[in-house]
Design a protein around this ligand. Structure first.
Ligand code: ZN
Length: 191
């Protein structure tokens, strides 16, 4: 493109000439080509409609020989359908285990990230977890996830809620990128 812009005069003269030559050639050859095509098609069609005298045994042999081909075609069609249906779908990847808890989201966005409703759930009773963030004497933040139903407590995780959620979102993104999500989906399907 940039190279063409450097030669406006060449483009102005050479290209119309080339286009003219091509057009003239087409106008000369197309009627001949058209007649040739029509002629070929009608010849082949007449040949296909014409009859051949063959012994019935030969016809029988042809039918017998065709059976394996038809069976194989049907088999491969069936197999590819079966493969397609077994192929895990990214829309099924909406839960995974990270940091000792179960994480869920609605779907993977086109940026390979979990949706903003990402949240964690109790690994024991599936209850939605609540969090509490503490600041230690060195001003480091730690977040713990707690189950109000069964009393489960996660290990203290570095950072505040946003740091932990960001870490999980990035872990999901990595699994989507590497294709690890497929084994997670397959595992949850077989359970
Ligand atoms: Zn629980």
């Amino acid at each position: 493109m940039a190279d063409d812009d450097k030669h406006p005069i060449r483009n102005l003269i050479v290209f119309p000439v080339i286009a003219g030559v091509i057009l003239a050639a087409l106008l000369y050859f197309i009627p001949k080509f058209f007649a040739f095509t029509v002629n070929t098609i009608s010849t082949v069609w007449r040949y296909l409609l014409s009859k051949t005298l063959l012994p019935n045994s030969f016809l029988f042999l042809l039918v017998v020989l065709a059976v394996p081909t038809i069976v194989n075609l049907a088999k491969s069609l069936f197999r590819s359908r079966a493969l397609q249906s077994n192929e895990p779908n990214i829309s099924s990847y909406k839960t995974d285990n990270f940091l000792g808890t179960t994480w869920k989201w609605s779907y993977i966005t086109d940026r390979d990230m979990p949706t903003d409703d990402l949240w964690c759930f109790c690994p024991n009773c599936a209850n939605r977890l609540v969090y509490s963030t503490d600041i230690d004497v060195h001003m480091n933040k730690h977040t713990m996830f707690i189950c109000e139903n069964c009393g489960f407590k996660s290990a203290p995780l570095k950072g505040d809620r946003h740091d932990v959620f960001g870490m999980v979102a990035r872990a999901v993104e990595r699994k989507v990128t590497t294709g690890e999500w497929k084994s997670i989906v397959a595992k949850s399907d077989s359970n």
